[in-house]
Design a protein around this ligand. Structure first.
Ligand code: NAD
Length: 261
């Protein structure tokens, strides 16, 4: 049984948490008592509403960092101004769907930069705090695409497979210091990221919207249901608990059975 405020006194930084999975994870960590730094792009007024709502709902401190995950200096600044970093959730991510021989080079580079290189910079900046504390939790929100591939997603699949490797390597480096490093690999979760790739997938595969949802997205998931944001957040919450102290270097699916095929 996980008591309600088990993360009181901890500082958690969640990248890309103005939307989707990251917001769900940030709210879960705040609910358990952590002070939370949210981050991401978007409308300033809407972000301030999200930030204030977390403080109101959970009675914990919530700070917003506008750091762009394309900029290593801003990533370092986000960690330095967080007031410590006990929990780091590398969640910010982007997607682009295209045949590889038509893949725009700037899109490919941006996907690698945000999905893979940004977690490296955040981990590098956060680890000294965790080592000093003798405790830390790093959770990389990877994807089922860290384990298997799909066509037309070369950059995304490459970035997420890279995140799996980064996770394992860092976990080995810090395993004896009370710090766990894991990757969560969701299947399809209904968020703006999934919504936005439907038109490109329709074009790339010549399908209708309904066909993309039923025959492409959910075709891979034996449960025939989208994974819920709250399920991913609960999984991350468990990895932050003492009960998960021996889980490290793991690349953990939560994808309705997709990779059991
Ligand atoms: P989303 O689009 O709802 O949220 C992405 C977040 O990243 C937003 O807060 C956005 O502002 C932020 N972001 C994007 N570019 C940024 C940048 N340059 N700097 C800072 N922040 C930036 O997406 P989501 O579906 O919640 O995805 C979150 C993570 O989960 C991603 O890493 C994604 O690859 C992964 N994931 C999603 C699914 C899914 O089905 N939705 C499945 C598996 C993995």
């Amino acid at each position: 049984m996980i008591s309600s405020k088990t993360l009181a006194g901890k500082v958690a930084v969640v990248t890309g948490s103005t939307s989707g999975i990251g917001l769900g994870v940030a709210r879960m960590l705040a609910e358990r008592g952590a002070a939370v730094v949210i981050n991401g792009l978007g409308d300033a007024t809407e972000i301030e509403t999200i930030r204030a709502q977390i403080e109101t709902d959970f009675g914990t401190r919530c700070h917003y960092s506008p750091a762009n995950m394309l900029n290593p200096q801003e990533i370092r600044g986000m960690i330095e101004t967080a007031g410590g970093c006990d929990i780091l959730v590398n969640n910010a991510g982007i997607q682009f769907v295209s045949p590889v021989d038509e893949f725009p080079e700037d899109r490919f580079n941006a996907i690698i930069a945000i999905n893979l290189v940004a977690p490296f910079h955040a981990i590098k900046a956060a680890l000294p705090h965790m080592k000093a504390a003798g405790w830390g939790r790093i959770i990389n929100i990877a994807s089922a695409h860290a384990l298997v591939a799909s066509p037309f997603k070369s950059a995304y699949v490459a970035s997420k497979h890279g995140v799996a490797g980064l996770t394992k390597s860092v976990a080995l480096e810090v395993a004896a210091q009370g710090i766990t490093v894991n990757a969560i690999c969701p299947g399809y979760v209904w968020t703006p990221l999934v919504e936005s790739q439907i038109p490109d997938t329709m074009a790339a595969r010549g399908l209708t919207r309904e066909q993309v949802i039923g025959d492409v997205l959910l075709a891979a998931q034996p449960t025939k249901k989208f994974v819920q944001i709250d399920e991913v957040a609960a999984f991350a919450g468990f990895l932050c608990s003492d009960g998960a102290a021996s889980i490290t270097g793991a690349v953990l699916p939560i994808e309705g059975g997709w990779t059991a095929h």
